[in-house]
Write a protein that binds this ligand. Structure first.
Ligand SMILES: Nc1ncnc2c1ncn2[C@@H]1O[C@H](COP(=O)(O)OP(=O)(O)OP(=O)(O)O)[C@@H](O)[C@H]1O
Length: 760
C-alpha cells in the first residue's frame, strides 16, 4: 500500500471543520447517531456536514479478517470510505456521568477498534515512507506525509476519549478487560496524555506493585543492545503495543525480551505471575514475518488465550487433538497462507501429531516459522513442581535448528532454570531475563487450621465475612469433595460461592469460571485445576484451605491475587494432620505411583512448605524469595506478613537428641503407636515443667517421618467401626541409623518458652 494511496484516500475523506468517529455496529444503530449530543448524553454535537453512517464492521473492520492485513488489498475508494467513517469524539466530562455502564463499555470497545484502524494506516504509511535516517520511531514518524500525519491528531483525540472512558469506568468500579493499559494507567494515576513515540519504547515501567530486577543472568552491558529504539521493527512495535494491546509502556524486561527474540536470539524469561509474559511473545509475533508457535500446557488456557487474541483481531489459531477434519483443514489452509501470526498447541500435539509435524516442517522449509515459545517452561524440568514428560520430549531444537526459542515461566529456581535450558537445548548465549518475584502488594499469613472440618469451614467464612465482604477470592482445597462441601457451606451462609475441580464437565467449569469473572460468584472453592492463565485483576484474597504441594505452587496460586497491584491477602491454613495426609496422598497414591526419585522430589518440595508454615520467625516474603534464590531484606517487608507483624518470639531449636529418644521408643515398640499416641507417650515419659508440649512432639514426629527417620504403615483396625479410615502405625525408617549417628539434624522453630537451654 503506497503512501500516495493513503494520502489520496485521506484527502478525499477529510471533513471540512472537524472529524468525528461514527460508531455503531447494528442496523438500528445506523439510524441514530450513536455519539451525538442529541441522543447520547455526554458527547459533543456532531458537525454539520456528515458522511453517511456506516456500521463499524463494514466501515473498517471486515468480519473474519485481520485488521492489520485487511488494508493491503484495499482500493483507494475503499480506503476513502473507511477513512470517511472516522470522525472525532469529544466528550463533555460532566454530562458523561449520565452515560449508562453499557454505553460506556460500548463506546470503549468501538474507540479501541477505531484507534487500531487509524494506527494501522499510520503504520503502513510510516513503513512505506522513505527513512530520514537513524531509524528511531521519532525520526520515522517525522517523515510521514502531511495528510496522513493529520490522522495522528485524530488518533490522539480518540486515545484521550478512551482514557477518559476507562478512568470513568474504573471510578464506577466497573470491570473492564484486564488487558487495557489505559486502565492500568488510570489506576496508577499516571498522565492520561498519550505520547505514543519513543518514551514508551525507551523507558520501561514496572508492573504495578512488583519490584523488578533482582538479578539478571545476561550481563547489563549485553542487555543494552536490546534496549535500543532503532531496530527495523521499533516503530511497528510501538504501534502494536498501543493500538493492538492498548498498552502505554513496556514493563521491566518486556522490551528487552521482545527485541532479543526479534533479533533471532534464544531467550529465557523469568517473570513473576501477572508480570506480563504473554506480551513478550505476542507483540513480536505481530512485528515480523511468519508464525510464532506457542506450546502451552492446558487446553483451556490455549482456548482462552486464542479467543482473547481473536477479540483483539489478532490472527491466532490453535490446533488440538479433538478438532474436526474441517477445522484442521481450515487451520492448515490459514497456516499455509502465512496469515496466522500465532499458533497455540499442547506439548502432546508437538510430540505425537504427525499432522502438526508436517505443517511445521512445511512452514520451516518456507522460512515461515518465526519462533517457538515454550510457555510455563518449568514443566520441562523434573525438578520443577509441575513436570510434564511431553515438555521434555519436544525436540524443537533438533527438528528445527534455526528457529529461535523463547521460554517463559513464573516459577523456577536456579536448578530448574538451568535444567530447562539444557532440556530445551537453548543456545549457550541465550538471553536470560529475570525479575524479582516480590509481589509487594500481597500480604502473606499462615493460620492454624482447626482440627474439625466444620470449624475450619466456619473460619473461612469468618475471614471472608469480616475482611472481604463482596470482594472476589479463591479458596484452594485439596479434593473435589472438599471444594463442594466448602462451597455448599458458604452458600448456606449466604456467600455466593461455587466449586471448581477437574471432575466437573468442561462446560460447567467454564460457566463457573466466567460467572466468577463476571462477579456472579464471589468465591471459587477450587482445586489447583483452577487458575492457570486466569487474568482477573481484582482478586482480593487467596485462601489455601489445605497446604499447597510446593512453594512454587504456593507462589503461583497466591500470585492470582492482586494482579491490579492493589493490596490483597494470601492466607494459608496449616495443620500437621493436613501435611501428613497430603504427604501420604502424594507419595502413596495408587493412581499415580511415583518412582523413588519422584517420591524424593515430592517429599522434599512438601517439606519446604511445612517448614515455611512452621517457621514463625522469618519474614514470609524473604522465605518465598529465598526459595527462588532471590534475596530480600526483611526490613522492607513493612509488616506485610504475619511473622513480621508478630510480637511473639520464636527460636530455632536443635531437637536431634530428643528425636533419638523418640526413635528408641519406636524401635522398642514397632508398629504399636500412631503419631498422636507416640506423641502422648513420649511427652508422658519426659514430663517436667520445661518439657516440650505434646503438640510439639507431634511436630517432631512428623518431621522425623518427612526425613525418613520414621516410617508409617497402614493397618486396618478391627476394633474400629468399618467406615473408619485405617490407622497408620510407626516404625523406624530408612534413615533411622543416620539419626542415631547424629548425621540427620532435626531442628524446629518453637516459641521461646520451650527454648530453655536448647537454642541452636
Ligand atoms: N506493559 C504492560 N502494561 C500494562 N499492563 C500489562 C503490560 N504487559 C502486560 N500487562 C497486563 O498484565 C496482565 C498480566 O499479563 P500476563 O497474563 O501476560 O501475565 P503472565 O506473566 O503471563 O502471568 P501468569 O504467569 O500469572 O500467567 C494482563 O492483564 C496484561 O494485559
Amino acid at each position: 500500500m503506497s503512501v500516495a494511496r493513503y494520502s489520496a484516500a485521506y484527502s478525499s475523506s477529510a471533513p471540512a471543520d472537524e472529524q468525528v468517529i461514527i460508531l455503531g455496529d447494528s442496523p438500528s444503530e445506523l439510524k441514530r447517531p450513536l455519539l451525538s449530543a442529541d441522543s447520547t448524553p455526554g458527547l459533543s454535537k456532531r458537525p454539520r456536514a456528515e458522511p453517511p453512517y456506516q456500521p463499524l464492521s463494514q466501515a473498517f473492520l471486515p468480519p473474519q479478517r485481520n485488521l492489520l492485513g485487511s488494508l493491503d488489498n484495499a482500493s483507494p475508494e475503499e480506503l476513502a470510505a473507511r477513512l470517511q467513517a472516522l470522525r472525532c469524539v469529544r466528550i463533555d466530562r460532566a454530562a458523561a456521568a449520565a452515560l449508562s455502564d453499557a454505553q460506556l463499555l460500548e463506546h470503549r470497545s468501538q474507540l479501541l477498534a477505531a484507534r487500531a484502524f487509524i494506527s494501522d494506516v499510520i503504520c503502513a504509511a510510516v513503513e512505506a515512507a522513505p527513512s530520514t535516517g537513524g531509524g528511531s520511531s521519532a525520526s520515522a514518524s517525522r517523515s510521514i506525509p502531511q495528510p496522513v500525519a493529520g490522522l495522528i491528531a485524530c488518533r490522539e483525540q480518540i486515545v484521550r476519549a478512551l482514557s477518559f472512558i476507562s478512568s470513568t469506568s474504573f471510578q464506577r468500579g466497573m470491570s473492564l478487560d484486564v488487558d487495557d493499559g489505559l486502565l492500568w494507567q488510570s489506576v496508577l494515576g499516571n498522565t492520561p496524555e498519550d505520547d505514543w513515540t519513543e518514551s514508551a519504547l525507551s523507558s520501561p515501567s514496572s508492573a504495578p506493585s512488583m519490584e523488578t530486577s533482582a538479578h539478571t543472568f545476561t550481563s547489563t552491558e549485553e542487555l543494552v543492545q536490546f534496549r535500543r529504539s532503532d531496530f527495523s521493527w521499533t516503530t511497528r512495535l510501538g504501534l502494536v503495543l498501543r493500538d493492538v494491546f492498548g498498552l502505554r509502556e513496556f514493563r521491566k524486561n518486556q522490551f528487552e525480551a521482545i527485541n532479543a527474540t526479534l533479533s533471532g536470539r534464544d531467550v529465557f524469561v523469568l517473570m513473576p505471575t501477572g508480570g506480563g509474559k504473554s506480551l513478550c511473545y505476542q507483540a513480536p509475533a505481530l512485528c515480523g514475518e511468519g508464525t510464532t508457535v506457542v506450546v502451552s500446557p492446558l487446553l483451556s488456557l490455549i482456548q482462552d488465550q486464542v479467543s482473547s487474541l481473536q477479540r483483539l483481531r489478532i490472527p491466532a489459531l490453535f490446533l488440538i487433538g479433538s478438532m474436526t477434519s474441517e477445522s484442521r483443514t481450515f487451520v492448515t489452509r490459514e497456516l499455509s497462507s502465512g496469515r496466522v501470526k500465532l499458533l497455540y498447541c499442547t506439548p502432546e500435539m508437538i510430540t505425537s501429531s504427525s499432522f502438526l509435524g508436517e505443517i511445521l516442517l512445511s512452514l520451516y522449509k518456507r522460512n515461515l516459522l518465526a519462533r517457538f515459545v515454550i510457555d510455563e517452561a518449568h514443566c520441562v524440568s523434573q525438578w520443577g513442581h509441575d513436570f510434564r514428560p511431553d515438555y521434555k520430549n519436544l525436540q524443537l531444537r533438533s527438528r528445527f535448528p534455526s528457529v529461535p526459542l523463547l521460554a517463559l515461566t513464573a516459577t523456577a529456581t536456579k536448578l530448574v532454570l538451568s535444567d530447562v535450558k539444557t532440556q530445551l537445548n537453548l543456545n549457550l548465549k541465550a538471553v536470560t531475563l529475570t525479575s524479582s518475584f516480590n509481589r509487594t502488594n500481597l500480604d502473606y499469613s499462615v493460620v492454624a487450621k482447626p482440627r474439625r472440618a466444620a470449624d475450619s469451614m466456619q473460619e473461612v467464612y469468618n475471614i471472608i465475612r469480616q475482611s472481604f465482604a463482596g470482594k472476589s477470592g479463591i479458596v484452594y482445597c485439596l479434593s473435589k469433595r472438599e471444594c463442594e462441601t466448602l462451597a455448599e457451606f458458604l452458600v448456606k451462609q449466604r456467600i455466593s460461592a461455587a466449586a471448581y475441580h477437574a471432575g466437573m464437565p468442561s462446560d460447567e467449569r467454564s460457566a463457573i469460571q466466567s460467572g466468577w469473572m463476571a462477579k456472579r460468584y464471589q468465591v471459587i472453592c477450587a482445586t489447583i485445576a483452577f487458575g492457570m492463565g486466569i487474568d482477573m485483576p481484582d482478586v482480593r484474597f487467596v485462601i489455601h484451605h489445605t497446604l499447597p504441594k510446593s512453594l512454587e505452587g504456593y507462589y503461583q496460586e497466591t500470585g492470582r491475587a492482586g494482579r491490579d497491584g492493589l493490596p490483597s491477602k494470601c492466607i494459608l491454613f496449616y495443620s500437621l494432620a493436613d501435611s501428613n495426609k497430603l504427604r501420604s496422598l502424594m507419595i502413596n497414591s495408587p493412581d499415580q505411583p511415583l518412582s523413588p526419585e519422584q517420591r524424593e522430589v515430592a517429599n522434599s518440595l512438601l517439606l519446604q512448605v511445612v517448614d515455611f508454615c512452621e517457621d514463625r520467625s522469618a519474614c514470609r516474603r524473604s522465605r518465598i524469595l529465598a526459595y527462588f534464590d532471590q534475596t530480600f531484606d526483611a526490613a522492607e517487608c513493612q509488616k506485610t506478613c504475619d511473622n513480621c507483624r508478630s510480637t511473639e518470639t520464636f527460636v530455632t531449636i536443635d531437637l536431634t537428641e530428643v528425636a533419638v529418644t523418640v526413635l528408641s521408643t519406636v524401635r522398642a515398640n514397632p508398629g504399636k503407636f500412631t503419631i498422636i499416641q507416640l506423641a502422648s507417650e513420649v511427652s508422658k515419659q519426659q514430663g517436667g515443667p520445661s518439657s516440650i508440649t505434646r503438640n510439639e512432639y507431634e511436630r517432631l514426629i512428623c518431621r522425623m517421618i518427612f526425613l525418613d527417620a520414621l516410617s508409617e504403615q497402614t493397618k486396618s483396625n478391627f476394633r474400629r467401626p468399618s467406615h473408619a479410615p485405617p490407622s497408620s502405625y510407626l516404625y523406624s525408617g530408612p534413615k533411622a541409623r543416620l539419626l542415631e549417628q547424629k548425621q540427620l539434624p532435626i531442628v524446629l522453630n518453637m516459641p521461646s518458652r520451650s527454648a530453655r537451654g536448647r537454642r541452636s
